[in-house]
Design a protein around this ligand. Structure first.
Ligand code: FE
Ligand code: FE
Length: 327
């Protein structure tokens, strides 16, 4: 294992879930402390991303800190919940300026929690910022508000990093920050050094991108601040166990990161609806370690030479031999 390889997970990996059908949930609700204790049972997990406000609103920061400490976990990011019911028509792009203000305040509160926990970033997932129907919005206004809302936050907190996690759709039928290219365009327009991308492998896949290509583009613009891995069947954000459906594309994604000497936490964003959450995390991390071993084994020079010839067969043979003999 590379000496500084670190694994993380969104704390929601250890929650129980509700969907449109099992409206009573796939398990009894869990408190944040219970989720942290489950995360602590995963082998080799060292950081978590926590939603804010906490699921149990009365929980003190001290109690969360104590639970993290006893589980030897630290916080990589805080995800303000700018996508719940009151933000049904958007957080940064809500037609009501009062709600936009509320979103700004919530993210500023989350920024204080990032400072308190010594975390790396505030994670913005503007899931409700977008539209559902043709003619529903004025596209220029919507995009401008998307840029202004995040730009304002980044200017208010120049000491912190903000990461935007783009996603094509869900819950909105079309999200404003839907792709790597559009998110980079928005960030360039903001022109601030402390805004970057958190690239979710699954969002990139189901958005029709090549996650390796998306990562390279974000790196070339100096904006790849974080990443999440999981898997899906490319038509929806299934959030399955990393490596379960697209192992070779996952390998190409990590190959791209290694080639660029990108360093950061390998984070899980999985939703084990019907699986044991600790087992699902261990399974993913077990596979990610194999990916890391495969990268150690891969002949990077031969790969570069094959790519310089656009030699698909040679490149794939190198990749598959390294990956499938490492697990
Ligand atoms: Fe994610
Ligand atoms: Fe997702």
């Amino acid at each position: 294992m590379s000496s500084n390889l670190k694994f993380g997970a969104g704390i929601w990996h250890f929650a129980t879930y509700v969907d449109r059908y099992a409206t009573d949930g796939y398990g009894p609700p869990r408190s944040l402390i219970e989720m942290i204790d489950l995360a602590g049972q995963v082998e080799d997990l060292s950081v978590v991303d926590i939603n804010y406000p906490f699921v149990d609103p009365d929980l003190s920061l001290g109690a969360v800190e104590a639970a993290l400490t006893r589980n030897k976990l630290s916080v990589i990011g805080i995800t303000p919940e700018i996508y719940t019911r009151r933000f049904a028509k958007g957080a940064f792009t809500n037609p009501d300026p009062g709600i936009r203000r509320l979103a700004n305040e919530m993210v500023n509160d989350a920024a204080d929690v990032v400072r308190r926990f010594g975390a790396d970033y505030v994670k913005l997932w503007p899931g409700q910022d977008g539209w559902d129907y043709p003619f529903q919005v004025d596209h220029r206004k919507l995009w401008q508000l998307s840029i202004d809302g995040i730009g304002e936050l980044a200017s208010q907190n120049p000491d912190l990093k903000f990461v935007i996690e783009y996603k094509p759709r869900e819950p909105r039928v079309h999200m404003s920050y839907d792709s790597v290219a559009r998110t980079l365009l928005g960030i360039e327009k903001m022109g601030l050094p402390n805004v970057g991308i958190l690239l979710d492998f699954g969002h990139s896949l189901y958005g029709g991108e090549s996650p390796a290509d998306a990562a390279q583009l974000a790196i070339d613009h100096g904006r790849l601040f974080g990443m999440d891995v999981n898997d899906n069947f490319r038509s929806w954000d299934d959030d399955l166990i990393a490596g379960s459906v697209h192992p070779i594309e996952l390998f190409e994604f990590f190959y791209t990161l290694r080639k660029n000497k990108w360093e950061g936490v390998w984070q899980l964003d999985q939703f084990p609806f019907r699986e044991d959450s600790v087992a699902a995390a261990n399974s993913a991390i077990g596979f990610l370690k194999a990916v890391d071993r495969a990268l150690d084994k891969l002949d990077f020079e031969a790969m570069q030479a094959a790519q310089d010839r656009h030699d698909a067969v040679a490149a794939l043979d190198l990749a598959r031999r390294a990956l499938f003999t490492s697990y």
